[in-house]
Design a protein around this ligand. Structure first.
Ligand code: C2E
Ligand code: MG
Ligand code: MG
Ligand code: MG
Length: 272
């Protein structure tokens, strides 16, 4: 090793980035088998109606139980799945798993919707509408029971193509929400043009609403904007009673967050 500090630093960084790359590569290889090995799981987080306090739906969130690393967060492997194209198979597995679960709940007399997250790659899959309608048909489910969540950047990436895809999904009776609203490439124009049903206010705006005036005003404005366009509003990341009360007072429709319930396996969703 050279005594020169700069040289050492360079070596340190390049070793570090090699290690990161190797780790990523290993994760990518493991992900290829995760589906077949049954390591993927779907957790469900309650969506609550702010006025009544009732659970009116849930969001399906993917979990990976890695044999060595334990529970790997979606933010760590969804991007890999997206880049490698594995997301298409994984996404279809999530869709099928969720539809089976909705069927089970329906059979128990619990009729409520589940939202699934769509990645950019899935959203652009030519077969998306057909894959979704086949999954619903196989379980004999009404399309209202399945909601789709997509981010602003997915929509804005190719607005014209997105408008066509969204119209097709809408015609099938599916409802679509804009996820993480306010964090992406926000264009108020697309809200008017695109047939979406709901906005999900990103949790970064919700976190400080009780203490930060700017955040409080942004949230209030988003609620007003959404309602004036005939859209439902869902607040993400609600962790305290104060946040929930503020959202209710601003007329926000629904909320999701640790305050109401963390994402849990299907069997635990109704245990309270
Ligand atoms: P998202 O769709 O915005 O999901 C909400 C995230 O916020 C979830 O993280 C959830 O666990 C977390 N969350 C919920 N309530 C609270 C709260 O009160 N406080 C805090 N700090 N966090 C809260 P998660 O499960 O780690 O998922 C992260 C992201 O990964 C999701 O963000 C979504 O973009 C993506 N994702 C998850 N499952 C899937 C999937 O099946 N397919 C695709 N394409 N993406 C998925
Ligand atoms: Mg989501
Ligand atoms: Mg979100
Ligand atoms: Mg997110």
């Amino acid at each position: 090793h050279a005594k020169d500090g700069g040289g050492n630093r360079f070596e340190f960084y390049s070793e570090l980035s090699n290690a990161v790359t190797l780790e990523r590569l290993a994760l990518e290889m493991d992900l290829r088998y995760a589906l077949d090995r049954g390591e993927l799981m779907v957790y469900y987080q309650p969506k609550v109606d702010l006025r009544s306090g009732d659970m009116v739906g849930s969001e399906a969130l993917l979990r990976w139980r890695h044999p060595v690393h334990g529970l790997v967060a979606p933010d760590q492997f969804i991007p890999i799945a997206e880049e490698t194209g594995l997301i298409v198979a994984i996404g279809e597995w999530v869709l099928r798993t969720v539809c089976r679960q909705i069927r089970r709940w329906c059979d128990q007399g619990r009729r409520f919707s589940v939202a699934i997250n769509l990645s950019a790659r899935q959203f652009r899959e030519r077969e998306l509408a057909a894959v979704i309608s086949a999954a619903l048909a196989d379980e004999g489910l009404a399309p209202e029971l399945l909601e789709l969540e997509i981010t602003e950047s997915i929509v804005m990436h190719n607005a014209e193509q997105a408008a066509v895809i969204l119209s097709g999904l809408k015609e099938q009776g599916l409802s679509v929400s804009i996820d993480d609203f306010g964090t992406g490439y926000s264009s108020l124009n697309y809200l008017k043009r695109f047939p979406v049903d709901a906005l999900k206010i990103d949790r970064s705006f919700v976190r400080d609403i009780a203490t930060d005036n700017d955040d409080a005003r942004i949230v209030a404005a988003v609620v007003a904007l959404a309602h004036s366009l005939g859209l439902r509003v869902i607040a993400e990341g609600v962790e305290t009673a104060e946040q929930g009360e503020f959202l209710l007072s601003e007329g926000c429709d629904q909320a999701q967050g640790y305050f109401y319930g963390r994402p849990v396996p299907a069997e635990e969703l109704f245990k309270t």
